[in-house]
Every structure is written in structure tokens, then in C-alpha cells.
Design a binder for this molecule. Sequence first.
Ligand code: AMP
Length: 396
Amino acid sequence: MTEAILVLNAGSSSLKFALYDLELAPLCRGDIEEIGRANMELSGPLADQLKPYGSPPEHADRDTINAWLVANLRKLPGLVLRAAGHRIVHGGRRFRGAVQIDADVLAELRSLVPLAPDHQPHNLAMVAAVAAQWPDLPQVACFDTAFHRTQPRLAEIFPLPRALTDAGVLRYGFHGLSYQYIASVLPDYLGAAANGRVIIAHLGNGASLCALENRESVATTMGFTTVEGLMMGTRSGSIDPGVVLHLILQEKMTAEAVARLLNKESGLLGVSGISSDVRSLEASPDPHAAEALELFAYRVIRETGSLIAALGGLDAFVFTAGIGENSANMRKMICDGLEWAGLSLDFRRNAASEKRISTEASKISVLVIPTNEEMAIATNTRQLICRKAAQAQFSQ
Ligand code: AMP
């Protein structure tokens, strides 16, 4: 018998899952990159047991794929689930940490759907699929927003009329599970300096920066939605709100068309006109591809300057996620633009993607740390079920 925690990460077009034993050793990881395509990557010791169940059904909708996945996980011989942990994008103001899902929590999470319409419904559909297969299994919501609830009020509010702030139009921040994981392993890399002034650059298809002190978030670049801040794969990041007004009022675009433009047609894709994928852009001789990559780095450099001001200095800078972990070129462009702050890159270490890529003389340590959002979810889930078990024992 294998006791396990199931981790589910339902993205806007992808579905990732993982199984961990109760010591948090990974048993299996699965990645359905594109919902509707019959393609799933599996790894880990239990992967061979899942392979005979085949690939997810082609052209199927999300509910069908969710049901297919949980039905197959159920068939794994000897597997006993103790809990399921979900990535839930939005926890609003109420949820400052992971929470066990009950009817009241579910109602609150549904009420947050308008704040994250591209993600929250998919997260909640997965909760329903698990409940259909295991009605009594404890399910835990782990939020992308919760890590940022340590921020000072001034970092959270917009200069808008107070009524809107009171109604919840706030800078919530995202990528919190990635930041939580990096914060948890920082002492392994930096020792006591992990509690100093650190900026983590989560540079993937979605991209943001987080400023940490004592390993807690004090400021971040994403705000009310995941469009604010850095330029991303297809998202614009921060732009003059006047551009949005111009597009609606002068160009007569609908609100939906503007939303699509800012979320799906901008960023690296919009500027290059070629691709949102850094690998393709780095391989392209087209000057528009080069300009898109330069603009991406420029925006990271400028936003880093703003976070250095929020922290009052900087001790360490961490690269993570697809671009941060893999693109030595992008890391070099960004580090070159931060030399003024006392950051000095070791070119050989950077080219080899070593753990520490700064020179010995650099005032700021520069690290490359692979993120692991699934591990953050498993950790939160285990903590919560252990705490509940201890409480139940105590009250007996
Ligand atoms: P993520 O959203 O974290 O999966 O990151 C996706 C981004 O990482 C895409 O822009 C990829 O092009 C980029 N990426 C992944 N691997 C590499 C690589 N070896 N070199 C450059 N960029 C990469």
C-alpha cells in the first residue's frame, strides 16, 4: 500500500499533476501540455503503472479530461490517497495561507471567479472532479495570492477612490506558490543571508518579480490581475491605462477585443510578430525577435530598480521558471543592466547555468534555482492535514 498526496495544477490550457508520498518524496509527475491534444508526459517511480491507461482523449473538453485523469489515478494498484492539494489562483483578501475546502470555502472561491476568469473556473472544476471520485478525501486549496499577504498596505493599494479599494480592487500579486518554494530553499543556497533583501525573478510564459525580506513578500510586480508588471509571452505587462481608453474610445474596440489584445496578442509575441517562445526568438535572425527579447530584459531591469527601492537595497537576485532557469542570454542581458546596483555576472558560470552565477567579488549574489510549485502545494497540503489530525487527537 502506498499512501500519497495528490497535487493538481489546472492551468488555462494545461493540466499538471503529481503524487508524493507522506514524506514528500515524488512518486509520479504528469503534464498534459495542451487540453484537447492526446499527449501526456509522465515521469517518476509510479509512471510505468499509469502508462497502460494511455493518453488523454483527443479533442475532449476539460471536464472529460479531468474525469479521465482521476478515474485512472483511482485504478493505480495499492495507492491510498490521504489528501488532494490544488493550485487555486485567487484567494482574495480572506485566504492568507492554504485552507481545507468545505462548502463555505468553495462558495468564497466561486465568488472570486470574476477576478481570475481564465484560471479559477478550471481550478474549481478539478476540485469537483476529485470530489466525484473520492467524496470524503480532504481537499486543500493552495493559493497563488496568499504568499503576498505579508505586504505592507501601501504596496497593496492603488491610488484609486477609496470605495474601489474597499470593494477589493487591490494589488493581490500572483506566482505565490513558486515564490514560496524558492523562499523555502533559499537558506540552502545563501545560509543566513537568505533572510536579507532578495528579489526573485519568475520568468516563464507568465512573468513577475517579488521582493522579499525575511523570506516574506514585501512587493511584487503583478497586481489586481496577472497582466500588470513585466512584459510576458503574450501579455503586455504594465502599459499606460490611456492606451486602453484610446483603443476603446477612439479605435472603437470592444472590451473583449482589448482583453484579448493585452492577454493573448501582446508581449514577446506581439513585439516580435513571430512567437511567444524565447527559444524560437533566440533562434530567429529577424530583428523584431531581437527587439522583443531586448524589451523583455529592459522591463525586468526597470522593475527590478523599483523593487530595489522598495527593499532599500539588494543582497541577492534569483532567476527561476522556464526563461530564468534556461536562457543564459536573457540572464546576461538582465544582469548587464543591473551592474550599477553592484551585481557582477560570472560569464562561465552563467553559460553553464550553475547554481551561483555571480562573481566572487559581486556585492549581490545571483542564483539560478529551479522552481517547484507542485512541491509547495504538497508541503502546504501535508502541513494542513497533519495539523488537523493533531487537533482531532487533542480534542478526543
Ligand atoms: P514556463 O512558463 O516556466 O514553462 O516557461 C516557458 C518559457 O521558457 C518559454 O518562453 C520558453 O521558450 C522558455 N524556455 C524553456 N526552455 C528554454 C531554453 N532552454 N532556452 C531558452 N528559453 C527556454
